[in-house]
Design a protein around this ligand. Structure first.
Ligand code: MLC
Ligand code: AMP
Length: 506
């Protein structure tokens, strides 16, 4: 194979008139039409000066064109770097600079904010809108609809996905062709995907879940997707009769259950519902089964590793667990201090090894060495246990991380902004239970002596600096933060104190 990832996911559909995407307006895009679009975009990337191994940073709304740009990057041997559309220009500047992206493809609506960033970094800026217009679309439109696929090896990099750490800036997780390919092929097999599957796709396509799990699985199986721009329960309910499968974060399932139109009848014909990216409450699992007769299949993964474990397709899908290690993935539970494996059934740090595990963090050898052992085991930062039947349960995190509606939020990043604000001596940002997002953000502020922090002004500054989903939804002011004898802030105490902040009224 000249380019294993392209050939496996895309090239083998050449000339196929089968439907790849069902679009919200009722129209369809065949594999052949999609590949022609991708080929024009691959020429577009080349004509913008990109060479194999260069990075293209992409912050655009979900659309067939946005997906075709992923295919184009793979075909041209360019490393694809998708970015959350909620990121502010300031946040985005870091990713573009750190990755050394030669080209930034952004939304035309954000051109004014992105132009100074691109100019300052010497990066070319082109635009692509969800309706298929924009300067990059114009460049691509003028190109031929076939492209000589650039040769790549399985060990070559296919994508960077940025993920934050407890301290410091975000790290670019380097994913190889083999990482993406091996995981998607395993999942196709494990979850019994075929060319007859139609996946209800309402996830964003700038993260592992929507792009590398949902999309790659469908591409590898040769199935179709109902490609919705975002989660919209009305659309999900309207389209469900045409789908066979759905993937979502737990919020998808709680929102469906909150809607009376989501009935057992509506879901009966479905083959499979899959959940991941955040813990699915056992209550949600049970309520979903009561309503529909389906047991949601929960799996566990992360940016650096794609998917690690999954409940079985056949066999018991056990609520509150993430199932068994996937074929080819080794999983062990270790003592966070010593690295020694703990006794079966004991809680420890989850470590994983397999063809799914990434190659390291871009230009951060120390961070790579700290998290990826020389023997290939990756320290996930998740705390878990394996029960006597082999089911893995995630019981917590050994990392200061909040997961809100499936998005990761790093408290440190918010604390750094808050600590700078007038009248604020220090801050602690915590995640507490939230009925819709699973967890949500509370900021605990300690004022300077005699000062009263101006909450509105602080919220405004936070708003300019950070993506909306990271914003604290509640601020509280306290005299001092609880600390242990070592002087470390006891976030567990704060989480307990504020655990009912977003509780629904009894
Ligand atoms: C949107 N908002 C959020 C939010 N999403 N706030 C906190 N957490 C989130 N996840 C903001 C909006 O900006 C808006 O701000 C307000 O909350 C309400 O918006 P909404 O209309 O209710 O949000 P919605 O568009 O419906 O989005 C919610 C969501 C979405 C859960 C559907 O966030 C989503 O699709 N999440 C999936 C994330 C995902 O794909 N994660 C996978 C990571 S990969 P305002 O201004 O109106 O108040 C990974 C590995 C693995 O983790 O294992 O898969
Ligand atoms: P990300 O860095 O965005 O890829 O997020 C990965 C993290 O999401 C993991 O390290 C886990 O903490 C969490 N996660 C993913 N799937 C699950 C799940 N099914 N249950 C609990 N946590 C999960």
């Amino acid at each position: 194979m000249t380019n294993p990832l392209f050939d496996t996911f895309f090239g083998r559909h050449a000339g196929s008139e089968r439907t790849f995407l069902h679009l919200p307006d009722g129209s369809r895009l065949s594999y052949a039409a999609f590949l022609a679009l991708a080929a024009r975009m691959a020429h577009g990337l080349t004509s913008c000066g990109l060479e194999p191994g260069d990075r293209v940073a992409v912050q655009i709304e979900k659309s067939p064109e946005a997906l075709a740009l992923y295919a184009a990057a793979v075909q041209a041997g360019v490393i694809f770097l998708p970015l959350n559309t909620a990121y502010t220009a300031g946040e985005l500047a870091y990713f573009v600079e750190n990755s050394g992206a030669k080209l930034l493809v952004g939304d035309p609506a954000k051109q004014a904010a992105l132009a100074p960033v691109a100019e300052g970094l010497g990066t070319r800026l082109e635009t692509l809108a969800a309706d298929g217009t924009g300067s990059f679309a114009a460049i691509a439109a003028a190109q031929p609809d076939s492209f000589d696929t650039v040769a790549r090896a399985e060990d070559d990099l296919a994508a960077f996905l940025y993920t934050s750490g407890t301290t410091g800036r975000s790290k670019g997780a380097m994913l190889t062709q083999a990482n993406l390919m091996s995981n998607a092929l395993t999942l196709v097999d494990h979850w019994r995907f075929t060319g007859d599957d139609v996946l209800l796709h309402a996830l964003p396509i700038f993260h592992t879940h929507g792009l590398f799990v949902a999309t790659n699985v469908i591409l590898a199986a040769g199935g179709a997707m109902i490609f919705l721009p975002k989660l919209d329960i009305d659309a999900l309910i309207a389209w469900m009769p045409k789908a066979t499968t759905m993937m979502g974060v737990p919020t998808f399932y709680t929102r469906l259950l909150d809607d009376d139109r989501f009935t057992g009848d509506l879901a009966r014909h479905m083959r499979l519902f899959i959940s991941g990216s955040a813990p699915l409450l056992a209550d949600t699992h049970v309520a979903f089964e009561d309503r529909t007769g389906h047991r949601i299949l929960e799996r566990y993964g992360m940016t650096e590793t794609n998917m690690n474990t999954s409940n079985p397709y056949e066999g018991e899908r056990r609520a509150g667990t993430v199932g068994f290690p996937l074929p080819g993935v080794e999983l062990k539970v270790t003592d966070p201090e010593t690295g020694a494996e703990v006794a079966q059934g004991a809680v420890g740090l989850i470590e994983v090894r397999g063809p799914n595990v990434f190659k390291g963090y871009w230009q951060m050898p120390e961070k790579t060495a700290a998290e990826l052992r020389a023997d290939g085991f990756f320290l996930t930062g998740d705390l878990g246990m394996v029960d006597a039947d082999g089911y893995v349960t995630i019981v917590g995190r050994n990392k200061d991380l909040i997961i809100s509606g499936g998005y990761n939020i790093y408290p440190k990043e918010i604390e750094l902004v808050l600590d700078e604000q007038p009248g604020v001596r220090e801050s602690a940002v915590i995640g507490v239970p939230h009925p819709d997002f699973g967890e949500s953000v509370v900021a605990v502020l300690v004022p300077e002596k005699g000062a009263a922090p101006d909450e509105a002004a602080i919220a405004e500054t936070v708003s300019a600096a950070l993506a909306r989903f990271k914003h604290p939804r509640r601020y509280v002011v306290v005299d001092e933060l609880p600390r242990n004898t070592m002087g470390k802030v006891q976030k567990n105490v704060l989480r307990d104190t504020y655990k009912d902040t977003f509780a629904a009224p009894a």
